[in-house]
Design a protein around this ligand. Structure first.
Ligand SMILES: [Zn+2]
Ligand SMILES: [Zn+2]
Length: 344
């Protein structure tokens, strides 16, 4: 079984790429359109009962099946292009066994739309030094699938203790203070859904947080064909560590939820939250990414390739800044993330 998968055009043999606007695999040479289901049966026959699984840290060479060149990969690369012949390749052993994603949100915004939006974005930023965006840098604009854990945690919460509610009022010449004492006993099941954790250590969390959220209803069962023509990173964060992290997070939410509607101002006693069921799903989410170096600093522009939300840090033109009273405000706004969804 080969660990390198190409999706071939049935009419001319060239390599197919997933096209967001057609939601199908398209041949870049003869424009043949192939549905994902159509490439699957043939591909699956080559996958035997014993899937090869990837061992992290294990050094392994991959070779392009089109030209034979070695495929240049990082530790977490799961889909890329052959540097030599530019064919899209998917490294299937890095997407199998416990590394097989459960779901994927396919790209909805194609390269052309992403580049157009970037040009508009740039035009609106008065203080940005536009000289840094050379044509070559724009060609570095990449469509990348990033790995995430999405969790659902169900737990039993219990709150028990005593509390006081104090109120004062003026009655004639008197200030009347009333203390009401409460004993609180509460128990219940709390369920937290759609908890997110980045599943790639290397990738700056703040960066990808800036383009959340994704619309999870658009998730599809994972199929490697969606990755053809894009880059994809595989996870290097274990399920257990992401789950523990999420459990700690929901514990912080659980107490205020259990306090809702309690009439005393506080409760002194005990509070517990015990997770009874944790369900984790490994998903790949799409983004358009442009990173670049300017005068020793790195900058980036990131777009949610499902919703169009952007986040970026752009180099400012200091010459322009000096000439304007708004300089300080603009410099402070160095980190620019358009919060809301961008509508095309
Ligand atoms: Zn073709
Ligand atoms: Zn090649």
């Amino acid at each position: 079984m080969s660990e390198v998968k190409h999706f071939k055009c049935p009419s001319c043999g060239a390599y197919l790429e997933y096209q967001p606007n057609q939601q199908a695999l398209i041949c870049p040479y003869c424009a043949n359109k192939v549905d994902l289901e159509a490439v699957q049966p043939a591909e699956q026959t080559s996958v035997e009962a014993k899937p090869e699984t990837y061992t992290p840290g294990q050094l392994k060479e991959y070779h392009c099946q089109s030209c034979g060149a070695q495929i240049v990969t990082g530790d977490t690369t799961a889909a890329t292009r052959c540097y030599f012949c530019h064919s899209p390749v998917v490294l299937t052993d890095r997407l199998s066994g416990s590394f097989k994603p459960d779901w994927v949100i396919p790209f909805a915004i194609d390269r052309e739309q992403a580049e157009q939006h970037f040009s508009k974005y740039l035009a609106r930023k008065r203080f940005v030094d536009k000289r840094v965006f050379t044509r070559e840098q724009r060609e570095m604009f990449s469509g990348v699938y990033y790995p995430y854990w999405i969790g659902e945690i169900e737990g039993e919460a219990a709150l028990s203790g005593d509390g006081v509610r104090t109120s004062s009022s003026v009655q004639g010449n008197y200030m009347v203070t009333v203390h009401r004492f409460y004993h609180v006993e509460r128990e219940g099941t709390l369920t937290f859904r759609n908890l997110f954790r980045k599943a790639l250590k290397a990738n700056d969390r703040q960066l990808t947080d800036g383009i959340q959220p994704y619309t999870l209803s658009a998730m599809k069962p994972f199929d490697p064909a969606y990755l053809s023509g894009f880059l994809a990173e595989m996870r290097d964060v274990e399920e257990q560590s992401a789950a523990e992290d999420m459990q700690q997070e929901v514990e912080r939410y659980a107490k205020p939820m259990m306090m809702e509607g309690v009439r005393s101002e506080n409760v002194n006693g005990t509070f517990s939250f015990r997770p009874v069921r944790t369900r984790m799903r490994y998903v790949l989410l799409p983004a358009w990414v442009l990173t670049y170096q300017s005068q020793g600093k790195s900058y980036y522009y990131l777009m949610n390739a499902q919703t169009g939300t952007v986040c970026g840090r752009l180099p400012f033109n200091t010459g322009k800044l000096i000439g304007t009273a708004l300089a300080v405000g603009a410099a402070v706004a160095g980190l620019l993330c358009a919060g809301g969804a961008f509508i095309w």
